[in-house]
Design a protein around this ligand. Sequence first.
Ligand SMILES: Nc1ncnc2c1ncn2[C@@H]1O[C@H](COP(=O)(O)OP(=O)(O)OP(=O)(O)O)[C@@H](O)[C@H]1O
Ligand SMILES: [Mg+2]
Length: 159
Amino acid sequence: MTELNIQLLDWQKQVWSDDTRFKIVAAGRRTGKSRLAAWMLIVNALQADKGHVFYVAPTQGQARDIMWQTLLELAHPIVSSSHINNLQIKLVNGATISLKGADRPETMRGVSLKFLVMDEYADMKPEVFEQILRPALADQKVVHCSLVHLWDVITLRPV
Ligand SMILES: Nc1ncnc2c1ncn2[C@@H]1O[C@H](COP(=O)(O)OP(=O)(O)OP(=O)(O)O)[C@@H](O)[C@H]1O
Ligand SMILES: [Mg+2]
């Protein structure tokens, strides 16, 4: 089997190995939040046969700019197909990683997710998680959710 070359910084390892169900990372600029998110998406998708995982950014354009190329590069040995039109990557186990924009919540309704990352969360409406994505995680026995980059929310306005 092809091995992934997962390399994490010390703080990333700490978040990775913590078994809290809903993880929130509040960290400064360019500290490696999105990179950690990419590895978590890949490994959780690999552990979810035919399951779906979502990466959500404030807009779909941001999701593509931040994550598309990184995912393709890091997951390269285990990608079976990729479709830039709908921003979806299929892995060899049949699982899919989809990139979504929180500004278009209608594209995320009614799914069942194995894993979720919300990046640049400070720029999203809280309803997207509370009303749409939280329920999408509810019927899974083992789920995780990373709310990445809550820094602005925590420092500028209370949640
Ligand atoms: N574990 C790692 N190994 C190698 N490079 C890394 C690692 N983590 C992060 N980097 C590199 O550090 C830089 C910043 O990473 P990343 O974009 O993930 O940070 P970020 O916290 O999401 O930044 P931003 O504040 O812009 O959202 C990138 O060039 C990324 O490739
Ligand atoms: Mg980032």
